[in-house]
Design a protein around this ligand. Structure first.
Ligand SMILES: [Fe+2]
Ligand SMILES: [Fe+2]
Length: 363
């Protein structure tokens, strides 16, 4: 039975991946949807089959599905990102119907519920447009980032599931909320800086990516890259990071190792997207290939995802007061960004970011 369930899940995730890569009319999507329906027919004991997601587990017909592999984890991740917590298939599902449902998971913001034999339970992400609510939601997100960062220790792995939830909430907040400035959070205390900064860089990067037309899985991966860009700082001593004066040369050398520390740790985890590894390593490299970490390939160009994260990082860091410098006003930061455009930052991305900011700016 487990084998058949696994086969069914494999066909669904393969159809879904092909659908995201090509289109819903690609032969591989149709082929795998047909196969899934055939296998499904053997799985009905009564009239329905249910697939539910609880945390990082898949529950098939109310029984936890024990096998854990990359395909199952991938399906869990994709359904969670869509807010789907349960799917119920009723006898009579056609390949055409399943294909339509899969295409909605791949491309639509919402699942329409027009399928006669497939129903899905959606977790509503509660985001209201009122200013107070969005602040409360960001507080929760920052607390979740803090929890994930703090609970991590030598033998306990980083809680990627908690961080996934933060990204889902940030994407949803940005969709429903008109102004990015309502979402990015002021830093209340210095000890909160790391977590608020991670959330702000994430939301600013999702904002930039959306204005470039990026959506779906890639958008979520960029959100995770934003949350994790400075994770390597966990391995730098607190005394250095929280020092009230400018760091000494030796301390500065240590701080500059955080991209390497970050990628060394994150690359050992199975569920961190490659983009997050790239951004963790490259976010202090610059558009003109200067910056750090220094590599022996000077001609190496910074990845576009790292370029996006670098702009968000710069923008948020300067907005925030630090022990050794004042917070800067947004118009001043915009001036600095323009000045560094073409040298430190990709000029096309800077232009796109500033255009989008000016259309939502509420100063
Ligand atoms: Fe950094
Ligand atoms: Fe940063």
């Amino acid at each position: 039975m487990q084998d058949k369930v696994f086969e069914f899940i494999s066909y669904i995730i393969t159809a879904l991946s092909n659908c995201s890569l090509y289109s819903d009319s690609h032969p591989a999507v149709i082929y795998h949807a047909e196969k899934a329906v055939k296998v499904m027919d053997n799985l009905f004991v009564e009239d329905t089959i249910s697939l539910a997601i609880i945390g990082s587990n898949m529950i098939f017909n109310d029984v936890p599905f024990a096998a854990k592999n990359i395909l199952v984890s991938n399906l869990i991740k994709r359904l969670r990102r869509k807010g789907i917590e349960k799917i119920i298939f009723t006898k009579g599902v056609t390949a055409e119907e399943l294909k339509g449902f899969i295409a909605e998971i791949a491309f639509s913001k919402r699942i329409s519920g027009i399928y006669p034999h497939i129903t899905s339970g959606i977790i509503e992400v509660n985001v209201k447009t009122d200013d107070g609510d969005i602040r409360a939601i960001m507080e929760i997100n920052i607390a979740k980032v803090k929890e994930a960062y703090q609970e991590f220790s030598g033998d306990k792995k980083l809680d990627m599931l908690g961080l996934e939830d933060v990204v889902i909430s940030l994407v949803s907040s940005l969709t429903r909320e008109a102004g990015i400035f309502n979402i990015i959070s002021p830093v209340k205390s210095y000890s909160e800086y790391t977590y608020a900064h991670a959330a702000n860089v994430s939301v600013l990067s999702i904002f930039q990516a959306e204005t470039l037309g990026i959506k779906g899985e890639l958008l979520h991966d960029i959100g995770l890259a934003g949350l994790l860009h400075d994770f390597g700082k966990v391995f730098v001593s607190k005394e250095i990071l929280e020092k009230k004066s400018k760091p000494s040369l030796e301390e500065w050398i240590e701080i500059k190792k955080h991209p390497v520390y970050g990628v060394m740790y994150l690359s050992r985890l199975s569920d961190v997207p490659n983009l997050a590894l790239i951004a963790a390593f490259e976010h202090h490299m610059k558009y003109d290939s200067t910056g750090y970490p220094e590599t022996n390939r000077r001609s190496k160009k910074q990845h576009i995802i790292s370029q996006i994260i670098a702009i968000s990082d710069f923008f948020d860091a300067l907005r925030t007061e630090r022990p050794y410098r004042q917070a800067l006003d947004v118009p001043v930061i915009i001036g600095l960004l323009m000045e560094a455009s073409g040298k430190d930052f990709n000029p096309i991305l800077v232009e796109s970011f500033l255009n989008s900011l000016s259309s939502v700016r509420q100063l």
